[in-house]
Design a binder for this molecule. Structure first.
Ligand SMILES: Cc1ncc(COP(=O)(O)O)c(C=O)c1O
Length: 403
């Protein structure tokens, strides 16, 4: 096909989507597959949120809105930052887009010149490097392994910065590792950034409410107020309110950046659909009890998976501190031989084996930049997770030889 733009050549489709497609294909052949590939809360969206969209549509909220979002929703987002994060942003420092992903896309589109670098600590959310490449930038991927709790250290940050660095991405709690940066760790990174004024910070806080072991959330902008003018806080309703399919994300940041992002938005999707904005408004301003209910369920499932994996020889898992994934080390399986006679040479081989032998779908660590690991989502019922762990246990026990 000769019609595809050259900038697409280096861009991969979403690995978690691909893993999920492979699981679906196997299921279509009649197998009972447990798909732990995609990360979506398995809870229904709270009914009052769905009703708000319905009412808005019936009341005529069916027109284009301001590109940056309805005034009511932007005011509610500003209020959320005040209430939950102790941050003061005015309405022109808030934008709304079709999910956190579109916020990130708009921010990169608005700022990257060809060859500009974005530091994306690995393991990273799969879409970050692909979006950077799509928009002409160069991903810089410092590996932050289990030894540093999957966190970027100030030394690794300093070493990754060049005169071409435009962005540092931080994601806390992190997908796929579940790592959470403490306030002190963020301040230490902030001290490095203070020496490099060309670097903007994108803090992806979409898992803010999914925190374990009594942790409290600190936004990067709160930890490093001196960097406010170059920090973009990215968040959304998808994970906090079980609203992945509603596609509403939001951001707070410096007005000139947001103005440029709004131009990108107005010349592409125009705005988020009006009833979806009404739903997000209801989520942010209505009863908040679902947040605690979801958090408790995710912590219980985290415990279930940590205990299950601890009993499987060859697998390792340091307890995730937040989010709803387990990033499981599988070095101990590399070199082992499957009952079909195949040597497991990589985490992609392990994932392939788990899918085809145990009928459990996962995503290889290679997709997140740190191997050999695989990610499972814990956003499914306790019963399904228990069955998945039992299947993985049996599949690992069936391996022969190796180290
Ligand atoms: C770190 C991170 N950021 C952003 C997103 C996407 O958020 P949204 O659904 O609001 O686009 C995800 C979804 O998996 C994620 O893991």
């Amino acid at each position: 096909m000769t019609h595809i733009a050259t900038r697409l050549a280096a861009v991969k489709p979403s690995a978690s989507m691909a893993a999920s497609m492979a699981a679906k294909a196997l299921r279509a052949k009649g197998f009972d597959v447990i798909d732990l590939g995609l990360g979506e809360p398995d809870f229904p969206t709270p009914p009052h949120v769905a009703e708000a969209a319905h009412k808005a549509a019936l009341a005529g909220e069916t027109l284009y809105t301001a590109a940056a979002g309805t005034p009511a929703l932007r005011a509610a987002v500003a209020e959320k930052f005040r209430r939950e994060n102790g941050l003061d942003y005015s309405a022109d420092e808030i934008v709304v887009a079709n999910g956190a992903k579109q916020i990130i896309f708009n921010a990169l589109m608005a700022t990257l010149n060809d060859g500009d670098e974005a530091i994306l600590p690995a393991p990273y959310f799969v879409s970050y490097p692909e979006m950077v490449k799509l928009l002409g930038g160069v991903p810089v991927l410092p590996v932050c392994g289990a030894e540093t709790g999957f966190r970027l250290t100030p030394e690794a940050l300093e070493a990754a910065i060049t005169p071409r660095t435009k962005w540092l991405f931080l994601n806390t709690p992190g997908n796929p590792s579940g790592a959470v940066y403490s306030e002190a760790e963020m301040k230490a990174l902030g001290a490095v950034l203070a020496r490099h004024p060309q670097v903007l910070v994108l803090s992806d806080e979409i898992y803010e409410h999914i925190l374990f072991d009594g942790r409290t959330f600190v936004s990067f902008a709160k930890a490093c107020p001196e960097l406010r003018d170059r920090t973009l806080i990215v968040n959304g309703v998808a994970k906090a309110y079980a609203m992945t399919g509603w596609r509403v994300g939001y951001a707070a940041g410096p007005a000139p950046l947001l103005k440029a992002m709004t131009t990108v938005q107005s010349q592409s999707v125009t705005s988020v659909a009006a009833p979806m904005q009404a739903a997000a408004l209801a989520a942010l301003t209505g009863p908040q009890d679902c947040i605690a209910t979801f958090r408790e369920a995710f912590e219980r499932r985290r415990d279930l998976v940590v205990a299950g994996v601890a009993a499987i020889p060859g697998l390792t898992l340091s307890p995730p501190e937040g989010a709803f994934y387990a990033y499981i080390g599988c070095e101990g399986l590399i070199g082992k031989i499957t009952p079909e006679g195949k040597v497991l040479g990589s985490d992609a081989d392990v994932v392939d084996y788990l899918l085809n032998h145990a009928h459990v779908g996962a995503v290889p660590g290679a997709a997140y930049g740190v191997s050999p690991f695989f990610r499972i989502s814990t956003a499914t019922s306790d019963a399904v997770l228990t069955e998945a762990i039992a299947r993985i246990t049996r599949a690992v026990a069936a391996l022969q030889g190796g180290r």
